[in-house]
Design a protein around this ligand. Structure first.
Ligand SMILES: Cc1cc2nc3c(=O)[nH]c(=O)nc-3n(C[C@H](O)[C@H](O)[C@H](O)COP(=O)(O)O)c2cc1C
Length: 203
């Protein structure tokens, strides 16, 4: 089957994207608004980009309900900062809860009981229960698509600090098995790590 995305609506194209690009890692993004109120939300259109400088990218879409930008993006535009916290099996249910639409200014930390821990160089707190957090400075927001539902933005950030729980790192390598990361699939489905295998790079 060949599908021309210009011949179908944004929800149908969204379903193809989330079904084709997976499993996706989840950026659990903490920010503060201009008044310092914290906000927390998961984003699975997320990846790392370059190591020099260490760069991460994620994509907050406009809300399907009203076409407005999400609080996370508004806060990043206002402050130029954010924190990416890694979602693990221990906190995935709470991370899922933070994706509810709370009014701007409502703290998802307070709503879920997750612990806001002060960061070293950015104002937003990190999630104390997450074993890895990345303090980020905004490099650029790239707006994509219409200023309406279906459009969105790419947020590109430079990692200024990595916080890694001590027992997870040895010789600079993170112990994937001990981390218990969670990925997002299509719809409401998530995944944990399945069978892992190694393929050596051919020269
Ligand atoms: C696991 C998971 C992944 C998500 N990934 C994205 C994403 O990549 N982009 C997006 O715009 N929304 C995504 N969402 C929805 C947002 O988290 C949700 O709209 C949230 O309310 C936004 O919060 P905010 O308005 O406080 O920024 C995801 C939700 C979940 C549960």
């Amino acid at each position: 089957m060949i599908i021309d995305p210009s011949k179908q609506d944004l929800r149908a194209n969204y379903k193809l994207l989330i079904g084709a690009v997976l499993p996706r890692p989840i950026a659990f993004v903490s920010t503060v608004d201009a008044d310092g109120n914290p906000n927390l939300a998961p984003f699975s259109f997320f990846t790392g980009a370059t190591p020099a400088p260490p760069t991460v990218v994620f994509a907050p879409l406009r809300r399907f309900s009203d076409g407005q930008e999400k609080d996370t993006l508004c806060n990043i535009r206002a402050t130029g900062e954010f924190v990416v916290n890694v979602v693990t099996e221990d906190i995935v249910e709470l991370a899922n809860d933070t994706a509810m639409e709370f009014a701007p200014g409502v703290s998802e930390f307070a709503e879920t009981g997750l612990t806001p821990v002060p960061c070293e160089v950015v104002k937003a707190p990190r999630v104390g229960e997450s074993p890895i957090s990345m303090e980020c400075k905004l490099i650029q927001v790239v707006d994509l698509g219409p200023e309406a539902a279906g459009g969105g933005s790419l947020v590109i950030g430079e990692v200024l600090r990595f916080h890694v729980r001590d027992d997870l790192i040895e010789d600079g390598r993170i112990d994937t098995g001990a981390l218990h990361p969670v990925g997002r699939l299509a719809g409401a489905e998530y995944t944990t790590l399945g069978r892992r295998f190694t393929l050596e790079r051919k020269r």
